[in-house]
Design a protein around this ligand. Structure first.
Ligand SMILES: Cc1cc2nc3c(=O)[nH]c(=O)nc-3n(C[C@H](O)[C@H](O)[C@H](O)COP(=O)(O)O)c2cc1C
Length: 164
């Protein structure tokens, strides 16, 4: 399976999860393409207006992927503006299988994780994608490693057609 993993990550947490996922999926013989969003002019974390965030065109040919996985950090109890900017502009999600994950730092998923997932999911669904999985990593949780292992394991099982 050809899998595209596209993430926004400022301080590296979301990228680290994406790398772990990529390594695991490659062990399962998938062809994995990972890309981190690059923002033209650098990232201004105070910019909330998605229309003012210019993402470099993606190198991954989304239409060639069998599965797309989008990841990003939670920002201000929402999905990060750059990942929202990307999802708002991206084309080719019609009937595409997709998965979503976020990383966050506050102790409860209701402090941004859930709403970020909902926002990302809704944009993807509006564009016709089939959402097969969503996941949240609580970065400051003592069980973070377990959460990452669980997310990677769940996604890997789903790509093998086993939904345990
Ligand atoms: C400006 C800003 C706002 C944030 N807002 C939230 C928030 O509302 N809820 C939360 O749980 N974490 C919040 N965080 C923490 C990040 O979501 C968390 O550190 C995330 O793992 C960073 O991912 P990254 O290293 O991939 O950029 C915020 C971080 C920043 C810099």
């Amino acid at each position: 399976m050809k899998i595209g993993i596209i993430v926004h990550s400022k301080t590296g947490n979301t990228s680290l999860v994406a790398e772990r996922l990529k390594n695991r999926l490659e062990k399962e013989e998938h062809e994995v393409f990972m890309e981190k969003l690059s923002i033209i002019g650098g990232e201004d974390q105070s910019q909330q207006d998605v229309n003012k965030i210019n993402i470099e065109p993606l190198e991954i040919a989304l239409e060639e992927m069998d599965l797309l996985i989008f990841g990003g950090p939670v920002r201000g109890f929402q999905a990060s503006p750059p990942i929202k900017a990307l999802l708002g502009k991206v084309e080719g999600l019609e009937e595409k299988d997709a998965m979503i994950f976020v990383t966050h730092a506050f102790p409860f998923n209701w402090m941004g994780g859930n709403s970020a997932i909902k926002q990302m999911k809704n944009i993807c669904i509006d564009k016709g994608a089939n959402i097969l999985f969503t996941g949240i990593i609580d970065w400051k949780n003592s069980k973070r490693e377990v959460q990452i292992d669980s997310l990677v394991g769940s996604i890997t099982r789903k790509t093998s057609g086993v939904t345990l």
